[in-house]
Design a protein around this ligand. Sequence first.
Ligand code: FAD
Ligand code: NDP
Length: 512
Amino acid sequence: MSLWKLLQVSSAIRSIARSASYLGKVKYDYDLVVLGGGSAGLACAKEAVDNGARVLCFDYVKPTPVGTKWGLGGTCVNVGCIPKKLMHQASLLGEAVHEAVAYGWNVNDQNIKPDWQKLVKSVQNHIKSVNWVTRVDLRDKKVEYVNSMGAFVDPHTIEYSVKGGPKQQATAEYVVVAVGGRPRYPPILGATEFGITSDDIFSYDREPGRTLVVGAGYVGLECACFLKGLGYDPTVMVRSIVLRGFDRQMSELLEAMMSERGVQFLHTTIPSSVERQGDGRLLVKYRNTTTEKEDSDVFDTVLWAIGRKGLIEDLNLPAAGVETKNDKIVVDSKEATNVPHIFAVGDIIHGRPELSPVAILSGRLLARRLFAGSKQLMDYADVATTVFTPLEYSCVGMSEEMAIQTHGPDNIEVFHGYYKPTEFFIPRKSVRHCYLKAVAEITGDQKILGLHYIGPVAGEVIQGFAAALKSGLTVKTLLNTVGIHPTTAEEFTRLSITKRSGRDPTPASCCS
Ligand code: FAD
Ligand code: NDP
């Protein structure tokens, strides 16, 4: 090629590049690729399509070590919130049957037992129906869905393969990583061979029997409680304290409530190994980290509930240059990674709550910012949450410890009270752990910093108060609110005793 021809070609290339840059657009296959079809990814994908974007969403579930797998929808639908709530409900119904007798129902067989296989089948049938509806919803909304892992080839290109077929690639202007997490296994002998996790328990094909639940966070406590309620015999192994990070007083009350119901606790203990015995049962060796004493016990099931790790390992993030920290992706307040067109939402984000509604709202808001000109950011503060134990614990805002730390002990007032739910009287249910408190500023109208409640249907009770707290609820407003009688939620409107006063927070009756 002559020099003249060469100059002409390079000038043409520069001109094309200039006009592409002038238009501000390179042609991509999609406006958005979403990696992960769970709460966050689906919310983001659907909102993006609603705002005119062309969207491709990947979702793929790797089986657990014992082979459990599931369909579209992510953790919440398949192995999280939904099956957990159904098993929680099943265990509450067991209690309700016994209460019904006190209320005059003729329940002939007093030795009522649940049928584990039937329960699992019902739960799994419900999940399959949700998987189906989710798929139909994506098709109707015209979100392209591919059942495959997706991994970066470069910052705009994702590689995938459908059902072991040839590798394919898709390019996108924006990529949202919403791959969530999976349960951790401890690095000890027998952990993956013989232990299961929350990924397995909701479809477990045999009765769990005597179960060691390792971990005392949300998952550990919730699983131990529904197993107890269903008639099994759970022991919770606690490494440090129950519900670390939550309000201490409430966590200790919750633990006491669980103990009263027969859940066993092994404190300051960590497992050393799991072996299968000749009779098929599991021998677990463990060590008390306070006394250094080693011990062992035999269980039918070992359930690891020791937290979750972000699923970054299959993403080939180095190809995109995305920054990570401890298995999670680092993002700014716009959920943007260090690579400006790559975002992350949901459980995969570092340092944010691992909760389904957080994942959904952050995914939706991100899509609106990308495709609808919105400027609204996700507000991660004051997110309400519930631990689904038989008396549930729900809270929003600061723990008492956090309020003391941020405001100083002399600048906060804690209003508290025990209460007696009316419906507990006839079946003579224990009211010992029905307790609530409001942590507030001490001056002015006393802005409320945190609300905490242990009792029936805690999530339902706290949800509305969470909106009030976000709107600047004060003690003055709370106490000027007329309660709904007879409910347990109304107890928040009757909080008159402060911890500082030293007065007895135990009521004489339900209506005092
Ligand atoms: P996920 O729902 O985990 O979705 C991510 C999806 O991406 C998964 O399907 C995953 O397999 C897939 N994926 C991973 N890597 C790739 C890849 N490379 N390519 C394609 N796909 C990929 N939250 C609540 O608010 N309330 C509750 O009561 C509650 N209960 C829970 C109970 C349990 C037992 C557990 C484990 C969690 C619970 N949670 C609860 C938490 C809630 O489930 C999560 O916060 C939520 O599911 C996170 O959504 P996500 O979209 O970020 O991730
Ligand atoms: P968490 O991080 O809440 O709790 C993990 C527990 O395991 C802690 O008690 C921890 O002890 C213990 N632990 C950690 N490592 C070890 C180890 N190597 N050996 C023994 N014990 C160990 O994780 P979960 O799995 O319970 O829950 C994960 C997330 O899922 C939660 O943060 C929550 O956001 C979400 N979730 C929400 C629910 C809801 O909304 N109701 C229900 C279930 C889950 P230590 O305190 O000493 O670290």
